[in-house]
Design a binder for this molecule. Structure first.
Ligand SMILES: Cc1cc2nc3c(=O)[nH]c(=O)nc-3n(C[C@H](O)[C@H](O)[C@H](O)COP(=O)(O)OP(=O)(O)OC[C@H]3O[C@@H](n4cnc5c(N)ncnc54)[C@H](O)[C@@H]3O)c2cc1C
Length: 452
């Protein structure tokens, strides 16, 4: 094997491999520079749709300085691959979910399945020659006045036994430095788990919705789903389709000690109204009408399609769906069949939880009921505050940019995918960020920058 082929082969496993660096590698095989490697191109953190989209846009703009894409898992789009249920489909029509420069295949349905979306992302990665650097969990990042210094921890695990158990085989740290830091770790990086009184006493199974795959195997159980966002509604529907005895907590009020925005009542709208996507309809209406008028129309049409949801135990917030989205970022839930299961009595709606008991739950109205399984569909949170140090761009409270729709901070810091607008927002951010970095490269002159 000649040296070129050998180097290329090693790069397939380690995009950062270079014979020079390898010569300086530590005993673990990872080059840990005392002051960190300086990379000419941007560091992108997270290989979900947002990180991939930024990488593709940089490639399309022929940005001369190569980016480095760091991902904590051993695959792209780990949220979609490892933390979603099997029945999941994109909630919005495909044209609002495709990433820049590559449409979905024409054969895809209007609402692609989770598997189709994952296949699309794999094709996207291959098409743009994106080679993420896997198993690199960013544990800290700070600006030293000149560069962003990013430290990662690499955890290598191996399977032990046959039950999917894993053991840590080795850990290693690395340090990277770059002029640009693109945060693409997602709005849903970690599950948000509420503290509910007595939950430790409960003898049944408790899981977050990110661990739920399907209702298979739960047929003999009484299951309580906590939360009525998109996940809570769909998990309940799925369980019910498997003939599981399903209840859903809709109104979690005071006892939960987490951010109530995660679980408070939201607007439930039909996914489609008269065959037209509700999302598309809202976009059109908002082009010519005020938010309040659009809300009035949407609620009128929703009432015709779904009926009065308050009578089913799902009251509506006092402000309309678009206005709520505008002021709180809270996206309406798009119903794909749960409401009709509630109407038929297949899914029971229950009020907020007061406390857990050994075999069940006491609700705020004083009722108690026994359950075998509790699924916390209580949402997700950003993990940026855990690792991004001393910055005033991201809020310490929720890990989102302090100003809505902000994608650019100071000193080459960017946020991709934090605008609470799903995959559409991801594409918009990625395009702007790549243009900005390309412009910056032109301004400073890449050759000059490279020689730094
Ligand atoms: C159940 C569910 C269904 C959804 N359905 C839709 C839908 O239909 N339409 C829609 O538009 N949106 C939907 N969303 C929202 C969805 O999260 C986003 O649209 C999309 O996944 C955002 O992509 P992202 O790259 O910003 O974040 P993610 O997909 O979350 O990707 C972030 C990546 O960063 C990695 N990462 C995180 N922290 C670190 C770290 N410290 N170091 C290194 N890597 C890290 C993660 O492992 C992950 O791979 C859904 C979300 C959920 C939970």
């Amino acid at each position: 094997m000649d040296r070129f082929t050998e180097t290329e082969g090693k790069r397939a496993h380690d995009p950062l491999y270079s014979p020079r660096r390898a010569a300086r590698a530590t005993a673990t095989g990872f080059p840990v520079g005392e002051h960190g490697e300086v990379f000419a191109g941007p560091l992108i953190i997270g290989a979900g749709p947002a990180g991939l989209a930024v990488a593709a846009c940089l490639t399309m703009l022929k940005v001369p300085c190569p980016y480095v894409l760091l991902e904590r898992h051993d695959c792209i789009a780990s949220l979609w691959r490892h933390r979603t249920y099997r029945r999941l489909r994109l909630h919005l029509p495909k044209r609002y979910c495709e990433l820049p420069h590559m449409p979905f295949p024409p054969s895809y349905p209007e609402y692609p399945t989770r598997e189709q979306f994952l296949d699309y992302l794999e094709d996207y990665m291959r098409h743009f020659g994106i080679r993420p650097f896997f198993r690199q969990e960013v544990v800290s990042a700070e600006f030293d006045g000149e560069f962003w210094c990013v430290r990662t921890k690499e955890v290598v695990t191996a399977a032990i036994g046959g039950a999917g158990e894993e053991a840590v085989v080795s850990t290693a740290t690395r340090e990277y430095r770059s002029k640009w830091l693109v945060v693409a770790t997602g709005e849903n990086a970690e599950p948000a788990v509420p503290e509910i009184e007595g939950i430790d006493l409960f003898k049944g199974q408790v899981m977050h919705s990110c661990e739920y795959r399907s209702g298979e195997g739960y047929q003999d159980n009484k299951v309580l789903v906590v939360g009525c966002g998109n996940s809570g509604m769909e998990v309940s529907l799925d369980l019910s389709n498997y003939n599981v005895h399903t209840s859903m907590v809709v109104r979690d009020t005071v006892p939960l000690e987490i951010d109530l925005v995660l679980i408070c009542v939201v607007h439930v709208l039909p996914r489609e109204i008269m065959g037209l996507s509700t999302f598309r309809l809202s976009v059109w209406l908002l082009m010519c009408l005020s938010v309040q008028t659009v809300d009035r129309l949407l609620l009128l049409l929703t009432r015709l399609v779904l009926g009065d949801t308050a009578r089913l135990g799902i009251p509506r917030p006092s402000i309309g769906p678009m206005e709520l989205k505008k002021v709180s970022g809270k996206t309406p839930v798009l119903d794909v069949g749960t409401i009709s299961k509630i109407k038929s009595g297949d899914i029971k709606v229950l009020p907020g939880i007061q406390s857990f008991q050994e075999h069940g739950v006491e609700f705020i109205d004083g009722r108690t009921e026994d359950f075998d399984v509790v699924i916390l569909a209580t949402g997700y949170k950003s993990n940026v505050p855990y690792w991004l140090k001393d910055n005033d761009f991201f809020s310490d409270k929720d890990g989102f940019p302090r100003k809505a729709n902000e994608w650019k901070g100071k000193n080459g810091l960017y946020a991709a995918g934090f605008s609470r607008r799903g995959l559409l927002g991801v594409s918009i951010d990625a395009t702007k960020i790549a243009y900005d970095i390309a412009q910056c490269c032109n301004d400073i002159g890449y050759e000059k920058h490279k020689s730094k």
